[in-house]
Design a protein around this ligand. Structure first.
Ligand SMILES: [Zn+2]
Ligand SMILES: [Zn+2]
Length: 322
């Protein structure tokens, strides 16, 4: 009798432990292997606007499309940051690899760690035509590869960067030409993972052209809207595609160094950037005040598409999800 009374609770405890250990393992595995509606992810990096002229402007004067047409369908962050080096190649590689690093800014150096493109291509066994880097800045061809000897030259996405899509050394092309390439690649290949870079408003900022800088924000706002419309009207993309719209860095505050002409320091103007996220798994019409940063984007993409990114340092932005 006595033994039975003891062994029964013991069996129960063992059973509960079994459920906790193996049950939660199953749930985690399922989460990884697909509970999300998202099948495609597109990241748009608008080069170098300040928060103060974009989401930080209460009237959203230069973001009419994002603020009026897209915001009701997605989430924008009021506290999103580049917490690493605030120049183009470092900001972009933080977004693709989940690591901040100092890196040559002219296109001569690859990131140290593999990108979400490489992890996803290896995991999914998809063709290179399902992953694309399309950028106005030629030097961003570097986003297609990394220095890690276990990865370099393998699982690389397709790339179309700079003038004529010819990559490092070809120069920056106009954003309207990049937009044409983006829509062409989407219609032809239907990439499941893509990163787009627009050179404005950074380029006009460096030219010390305030009006051009503001126009660059307006123009990229319009391109993002056209991309959003394409997704909504395309039978392969509609209802299955998540969009992240962000920046590589901001620009100096007016009273720091040469103000909006440049960037590269740790001032709030350089660090405080934008993130808007839209997709079938995300909240709609939500303003998120949680502090997040660039390296959290690849972690969230890996979670959405169900692959591991062990070298990424960021966290999944779970607050985004419905
Ligand atoms: Zn710049
Ligand atoms: Zn600064």
């Amino acid at each position: 009798m006595k033994t039975d009374n003891i062994s029964l609770p013991c069996t129960r405890v063992a059973f509960v432990l079994f459920l906790l250990i193996f049950g939660s393992g199953c749930i985690n595995q399922q989460t990884k292997n697909k509970v999300h509606k998202t099948e495609n992810v597109i990241v748009v990096v608008i080069d170098g606007p300040r928060y103060s002229e974009t989401w930080g402007d209460p009237n959203h004067t230069y973001l009419p499309r994002l603020a009026n047409d897209l915001a009701p369908h997605g989430v924008y962050y009021t506290e999103f940051y580049n917490n690493g080096p605030t120049y183009t190649n470092a900001g972009h590689s933080a977004i693709t690899t989940g690591n901040y690093q100092e890196i040559d800014n002219s296109g001569k150096e690859l990131a140290q760690n593999p990108s979400f493109f490489q992890y996803w291509l290896k995991n999914s066994r998809e063709s290179e035509f399902k992953a694309w880097v399309v950028t106005s800045k030629d030097k961003l061809e570097i986003l297609s590869d990394c220095q890690d000897s276990a990865w370099q030259g393998t699982y690389n996405p397709s790339v179309n960067s700079g003038v004529g899509g010819l990559g490092v050394g070809s120069g920056y092309r106009h954003d309207s030409a990049t937009m044409e390439r983006v829509l062409d690649v989407m219609a032809t290949h239907h990439p499941k993972l893509m990163l787009v870079n627009f050179r404005e408003p950074d380029r006009s900022g460096h030219k010390k052209n305030w009006e051009g800088y503001l126009q660059g924000i307006r123009d990229t706002d319009q391109y993002v809207y056209e991309l959003y419309q394409f997704i909504q009207q395309d039978s392969i993309y509609a209802g299955k595609t998540s969009l992240f719209i962000t920046n590589d860095h901001g620009r100096h505050l007016d009273d720091v160094k040469n103000g909006f002409f440049s960037h590269g320091c740790s001032c709030d103007g350089c660090r405080h950037i934008n993130l808007f996220a839209f997709g079938p798994d995300f909240k709609q019409g939500h303003i998120e005040k949680m502090k997040r940063e660039q390296i959290d984007i690849p972690a969230t993409i890996a979670y959405l598409l169900g692959f591991d990114m062990p070298t990424g340092q960021g966290d999944v932005m779970s607050e985004l999800f419905q």
